[in-house]
Design a binder for this molecule. Structure first.
Ligand SMILES: Cc1cc2nc3c(=O)[nH]c(=O)nc-3n(C[C@H](O)[C@H](O)[C@H](O)COP(=O)(O)O)c2cc1C
Ligand code: SF4
Ligand code: SF4
Length: 247
């Protein structure tokens, strides 16, 4: 059986994982809750957003633990500029001896929208093309046309520097009077960074900048640098309750 291991905070990667599973079969596992090394599967597919020209912290940690004997294909999705994230993950995987076959990447809606707003017409345009892009990638997988990224400067320094600073995002969140203490942010956080203390939502120091709490709070009560921006994003093709679940 294929193992489709995914990380997702706003549903884009989950949607890709679900489409892949429909087409080639496989068990979908949410990386932050996954304790294995992929050894129980025949082939591994890692479906992940690009963060700072690299990968989310949980994906980074898992990559180095994966079973070296299993074929691995990485599928990255990004909002606008992917940099050399494909080569970076390929390089990390080969350096640690993984049996990586290739990296495929595609554009999906941007969710790093703390300081700007993606115009609706643009967002809808990207969503409209999503299926076409996903289908192209799935066709490549079915035909074994894996892409080996070309050797290039990897932007590793930028990635590692940003990764080391992601905790600062959590420090800049605050919660407005609109919070109804539903507890959703506590349960969606992949790094157990949010808790309720003295009847208030509090953030600890372990934020990995996924923005799940920010986008998925039903009251839009989590704000960044006290800016009361109204736009939030959740992929409309997934059942939001399934983000973070195994399927
Ligand atoms: C911390 C963070 C960093 C990001 N960095 C990049 C980036 O370097 N380039 C890019 O094009 N998109 C970047 N994005 C956008 C996501 O890669 C993109 O929206 C992705 O589809 C989100 O997937 P998800 O819905 O499965 O979480 C970033 C998002 C976050 C939260
Ligand atoms: S998800 Fe939003 S409303 Fe619910 S507890 Fe968190 S901040 Fe409050
Ligand atoms: S605090 Fe929010 S942004 Fe940070 S890791 Fe948790 S859910 Fe993600």
């Amino acid at each position: 059986m294929n193992g489709i291991l995914y990380f997702s905070s706003t549903g884009n990667s989950l949607y890709i994982a679900q489409r892949l599973s429909e087409e080639i079969g496989g068990k979908i596992c949410y990386i932050p809750k996954y304790c294995g090394n992929g050894g129980e599967f025949d082939r591994l597919f890692l479906v992940t957003p690009i963060y700072s020209y690299g990968m989310p912290a949980h994906v980074y940690d898992l990559l180095f633990k994966l079973d070296k004997t299993k074929e691995l294909v990485v599928i990255q999705n990004y909002g606008g500029m992917s940099g050399n994230a494909d080569y970076l993950v390929y390089r990390y995987a080969t350096e640690c001896g993984l049996n990586i076959k290739g990296v495929l990447k595609l554009k999906m809606p941007e969710n790093f929208t703390l300081t700007f707003t993606v115009p609706k017409f643009y967002l809808n345009g990207v969503l409209k093309k999503a299926d076409e892009r996903i289908n192209r990638i799935i066709a490549k997988i079915k035909n074994g046309e894996y892409i080996i990224p070309k050797k290039c400067k990897t932007k590793e320094k930028t990635y590692l520097k940003n990764k080391a600073n992601w905790h600062i995002i959590g420090e800049r969140f605050s919660v407005t009077e609109n919070c109804v203490l539903c507890g959703k942010c506590v349960s969606v956080c992949p790094s157990e960074n949010i808790s309720v203390t003295d009847g208030k939502i509090t953030f600890a120091g372990g934020c990995v900048a996924c923005l799940g709490c920010y986008h998925r709070c039903p009251e839009k009560a989590i704000v960044y640098k006290n800016k009361r921006k109204k736009d939030r994003y959740i992929n409309p093709y997934v059942d939001e309750k399934q983000i973070g679940k195994d399927l």
